[in-house]
Design a protein around this ligand. Structure first.
Ligand SMILES: NC(=O)C1=CN([C@@H]2O[C@H](COP(=O)(O)OP(=O)(O)OC[C@H]3O[C@@H](n4cnc5c(N)ncnc54)[C@H](O)[C@@H]3O)[C@@H](O)[C@H]2O)C=CC1
Ligand SMILES: O=C(O)[C@@H]1CCC=N1
Length: 268
């Protein structure tokens, strides 16, 4: 099985590293193609990848092709790929919004998997949702899933609506968590802690809370009850968030990302 990754940015490189560190692909079965000469130069120093600056030499002989460019680059890319592809190849798009129908039409491809990963894939803790076009067989889907899972875990969804929805939850989600972290860091700094101490307080609070959650069957609400004493400090904080409708605002944000994913698909 020969894999090509198109676009060596955050996501493309993360997947390339995940796949090359796994036992799924033998040596020289992972190719990376990018148009940025600086990226090519840096990547050429990494022996685990075969790096290409053109599609003619990299695309025709690949079995599974990951597409990890920004959505607005897809149209131009597809027009260049179109003459070089065949019906047996499987295209795995990591792009937000771009629909399977768009990929099938603009690329003239049959086998398409649309996936929505997230950035913790960089540390093997990613979560990816994925769905496929009719022409992708069960075995092919398992092969793709195994490749996706080299960066963490994945869930299969039956419709693309859930790819757009998961963009609003898990795809963009790490940024919401970082936003919360940034807010807590700024609060700690305002209270007079040093940069270093603020970071230790905030990062360990997040890490510890996630660990508690993962090691139990308790819901986040259940854990809030364990932290909060009646009439105490946590209750004061939670009351303040409830008064300010923070839960609703976070849900609105997730829906804004979901809506934007749908909109990106319509722009094409
Ligand atoms: N960054 C994230 O957290 C997530 C990103 N995504 C999706 O992944 C895709 C890539 O995002 P990032 O990796 O963050 O972008 P990025 O900007 O880090 O990487 C894109 C790469 O594509 C290359 N490129 C541009 N045009 C090209 C072309 N025609 N042929 C070959 N290479 C080309 C660029 O040189 C760059 O290296 C996007 O479509 C995004 O929607 C999905 C989920 C999470
Ligand atoms: O912001 C974006 O459009 C991409 C998709 C999910 C995370 N990053």
């Amino acid at each position: 099985m020969k894999v090509l990754v198109i676009g060596a940015g955050n996501m493309g490189l993360t997947y390339s590293e995940g796949m090359s560190n796994s036992t799924l692909l033998g040596k020289h079965n992972l190719k990376i193609y990018d148009t940025d000469p600086k990226k090519i130069k840096t990547l050429n120093k990494q022996p685990q990848f075969d790096v290409y600056d053109n599609l003619e030499d990299s695309l025709p002989k690949s079995d599974i092709i990951f597409i990890a460019v920004k959505p607005f680059h897809s149209e131009d890319l597809f027009s260049k790929m179109k003459p070089l592809i065949n019906d047996q190849q499987i295209f795995v798009s990591l792009m937000a919004g771009v629909t399977i129908d768009t990929i099938k039409d603009q690329l003239n491809a049959k086998k398409v998997v649309r996936a929505m990963p997230n950035l913790p894939a960089k540390v093997g803790k990613g979560v990816t949702s994925y769905t496929e076009s009719e022409a992708v067989s069960k075995i092919e889907l398992i092969m793709v899933r195994n490749l996706l899972d080299t960066t963490g875990t994945s869930i299969h969804v039956n419709t693309e609506k859930f790819i757009d929805a998961s963009t609003g939850i898990s795809g963009s989600g790490p940024a919401y968590v970082f936003y919360f972290m940034q807010s807590m860091l700024e609060a700690a700094l305002k209270m007079g802690f040093s940069d270093y101490d603020s970071k230790v307080l905030v990062s360990n609070t997040f890490e510890g809370a996630i660990e508690l959650f993962n090691q139990s069957n308790l819901s986040p609400e259940g854990w809030i009850d364990r932290v909060a004493s009646k009439g105490g400090t946590t209750q004061a904080a939670i009351d303040s968030m409830e008064d300010n409708n923070v839960k609703q605002l976070i849900q609105d944000a997730a829906y804004a990302a979901f809506d934007r994913a749908v909109e990106l698909g319509k722009d094409k």
